[in-house]
Design a protein around this ligand. Structure first.
Ligand code: URA
Length: 445
């Protein structure tokens, strides 16, 4: 078998056999397939697609490419959660501690930023001393003792995804249903959770821009989960507008802490609380209505916030995460003001994510550095009325030189209108093995 024949086949729109997919993934991991060949195949897949069988084969091959974690030592039903990525998406930082505080163990492997979206591991690393590289023993031990452990994807867990993820990030091959589905589900299968809640983002800041594509992605992943014996449900949530008001690693940790304290932006709270309730439901804590109450209690009583503190301490944080010295603050802050008067009618979230990357919050190359203190605070979002010259955002960075380009990009992201814009709900659909429940457009305001 030759990798060039496989690339050619997919380039010409033909279906790949299971053995060919296995050959590609094995070669990628043992070095006989080069990164430039993998990149070419990724682009062919991006353009030509994969059918459900090919996607399932790719997922299984990627999951098998490394260690298959066994979480059976941790008592209870282990429920994992995964977001397909968005701008300002700090849900894991909120949901993980809530779920753990409610008694369902969280042993979670998370990723770094991808494209214009941030990653949980980069966010946690903005806390001084926080270690995201845990040995297997430490990972399992922490989940057993304090109910929560969050680790970067170890070199051993779905290593094929690790290579492909980094290549996709720099070859414009991210937003493909089969590539996202196989990437997400290979990690979920390898990381050993019994049940899985997926947060499939949709809209201008997501990899899937339309609701229809997002629902298709959700269905594909739910079906892979069910086929492999892991009960999987998906919540399709809005990413037309960034989630919450903060974008950028340390800024997002601060905002997650606000939500755990019972404050914080309403949109972030409602998405996090729904995901946490769905995780608790899969974790056997009752129906979704009573699980929503458990979530509210964990915030009211402070147990979720306390759990975040325990997590940070256990993973090496030098200070409590809410301490003023826990994270570095940006040296440069700059106010962006509204160029027009009117309602903010739209926000191109991807551009906002890119502006935040320009300020230093994301990587330019696959192993490049990032500035944990950089990012954007949005003072006004879609639906709000602004006067010309009013502050709409604050840029945080380490270098004045980065401001002009980032400001121009950010301003391009806003649409203004004289009319109050129609806002769609944050939770747009729910998908499980029984099918799709849509909350939009059926429940149009
Ligand atoms: N999250 C992942 O883990 N993989 C993707 O491809 C996109 C989002």
């Amino acid at each position: 078998m030759k990798i060039t024949d496989i690339i050619e086949k997919k380039r010409d729109g033909k279906k790949l056999a299971t053995e060919e997919i296995n050959f590609f993934i094995e070669g990628l991991c043992n070095g006989s397939v080069y990164e430039y060949q993998a990149s070419a195949l990724l682009m062919a897949i991006y353009i030509r697609g994969l059918n459900s069988r090919e996607t399932a084969d790719l997922t299984a091959a990627m999951a098998r490419s490394g260690e298959m974690m066994n979480l059976s030592e941790i008592p209870g039903i282990k429920v994992d959660k995964h977001s397909t990525g968005g701008v300002g998406d700090k849900t894991t930082l909120v949901v993980g501690p809530i779920v753990a505080a409610c008694g369902v163990p969280v042993a979670k492997m998370s990723g770094r930023g991808l494209g214009h979206t941030g990653g949980t591991i980069d966010k946690l690393e903005s806390i001084r001393g926080f270690r995201t590289s845990l040995s297997r023993e430490e990972f399992i031990g922490n989940a057993k003792q304090i109910g929560i452990a969050i680790s970067g994807q170890t070199g051993n867990l779905a290593p094929a995804d690790k290579i492909l993820y980094a290549l996709r990030d720099v070859t414009a091959t991210i937003s493909s249903i089969p590539l996202i589905a196989s990437s997400v589900m290979s990690k979920k299968l390898a990381s050993g959770a019994d049940r899985i809640v997926l947060d499939v983002k949709t809209g201008s800041g997501a990899f899937m821009k339309t609701l229809e594509d997002s629902i298709k992605l959700a269905e594909e992943m739910v079906s892979i989960g069910e086929l492999t014996g892991r009960k999987t449900v998906a919540v399709v949530t809005d990413m037309d507008t960034p989630l919450g008001n903060s974008i950028g690693n340390a800024l997002e940790v601060k905002e997650a802490l606000e939500v755990l304290r019972g404050d914080g932006p309403e949109d972030l709270k409602s998405v996090c609380f729904e995901l946490a309730a769905r995780m608790l439901e899969l974790g056997g804590k009752g129906d979704v209505t009573s699980c929503r109450e458990l979530v509210e209690n964990s915030i009211r009583e402070g147990s979720a916030l306390k759990k975040f503190g325990e997590l940070a301490e256990r993973q090496g944080a030098v200070h409590a995460p809410w301490d003023k010295d826990a994270m570095r603050e940006a040296a440069v802050r700059y106010n962006v003001t509204a160029p027009f008067e009117g309602y903010i009618s739209s926000m191109k979230s991807e551009l906002i994510g890119k502006a935040s990357m320009l300020l230093g919050a994301g990587r330019k190359t696959k192993d490049g550095p990032l500035d944990h203190s950089a990012g954007i605070i949005l003072n006004k979002k879609t639906g709000e009325y602004v006067r010309k010259g009013e502050k709409i955002a604050e840029l945080h960075t380490s270098s004045h030189q980065l401001l002009p380009e980032a400001e121009a990009m950010l301003l391009q992201a806003y649409g203004f209108s004289a009319e109050v814009p129609v806002k769609r709900p944050l939770i747009l659909a729910y998908v499980d093995s029984r099918g799709v429940t849509r909350y939009w457009p059926e429940h149009r305001l």
